[in-house]
Design a binder for this molecule. Structure first.
Ligand code: 6PG
Length: 247
């Protein structure tokens, strides 16, 4: 299915539009299945979106009691490190809304070797999806309601980097990656493509002219294999929220 592109004058407008869309997805998921499973992304782009979701009119539209938060990837740094994706969400969103702590399923990135953390998070996800109505245990991958993603100027998404073996993973739900080419160059934990592509909705947020060349390539030549973001082709709906600098 071709992605839907939504272009906005700037990151502020893009973030408000994405917040509105996420509220609609959340309302529909909870009405239909009593639960909204939301995978957060990291980096800098989603900061404004998280701040928008934490205030009116969006904060009271989301039923946080039935919303479960997950992460698409995490850097292997302590959670008080500013590079932590959990820390970004905690500061801008989680600390401001009444999401129950038991609904927050963070990647315990600083608790051990990256490989052990990846295995631990996969176990957490398997237990969650077997225990709730959210997933269908008969399928080999969980179906999150919404996976939020960003894209780097090299076309990476989550912590799936060009040429990395993690891109080829077709069995595990969560893997560790070296991240030596990333910024910051630290080990990371990431959801794999089969999990991302099982989502009912995938929303990319992209802003900044440094991503223009790669984004155009991905949208115009989707079979361009070298960019990980081009491999995101979900079973459900794919939308790109971009600013005019990228249109
Ligand atoms: C991460 C992110 C990553 C991010 C892109 C874009 O942990 O780094 O998950 O995939 O979305 O690198 O980052 P910016 O939003 O900072 O451009």
């Amino acid at each position: 299915m071709k992605p839907e592109i939504r272009t906005h004058p700037n990151l502020e407008d893009l973030s408000r539009a994405a917040a509105e869309y996420i509220c609609e997805i959340a309302e529909g998921a909870i009405k239909e299945r009593g639960i909204f499973t939301f995978v957060l992304s990291g980096g800098t782009t989603p900061r404004l979106l998280y701040e928008e979701l934490a205030k009116e009119p969006y904060a009271s539209r989301v039923d946080w009691q039935h919303t479960h938060l997950f992460w698409g990837d995490e850097r292997c740094v302590p959670s008080d490190n500013p590079d932590s994706n959990f820390s970004l969400a905690l500061q801008t969103l989680i600390s401001k809304v009444d999401v129950p702590p038991s609904n927050i399923h963070r990647i315990p990135a600083a608790t051990g070797s990256a490989k052990a953390v990846a295995a631990e998070y996969e176990k957490t996800l398997r237990e969650f999806f077997q225990a709730t109505a959210a997933g269908d245990p008969s399928t080999s991958f969980p179906s999150f309601d919404l996976v939020l993603l960003g894209m780097g100027a090299d076309g990476h998404t989550a912590s799936l980097f060009p040429g990395d073996a993690a891109l080829e993973e077709r069995t595990s739900w969560v893997v560790a990656v070296e991240g030596s080419s990333a910024s910051p160059p630290v080990r990371r934990i990431t959801l794999t493509l089969p999990v991302i592509n099982e989502a009912k909705w995938v929303l990319f947020l992209a802003s900044g002219s440094n991503k223009l060349k790669v984004l155009r390539e991905i949208l115009n030549n989707p079979d361009t294999g070298i960019y990980p973001a081009a491999h995101v082709r979900p079973a459900g709906k794919l939308l790109w929220f971009i600013d005019e600098g990228l249109a």
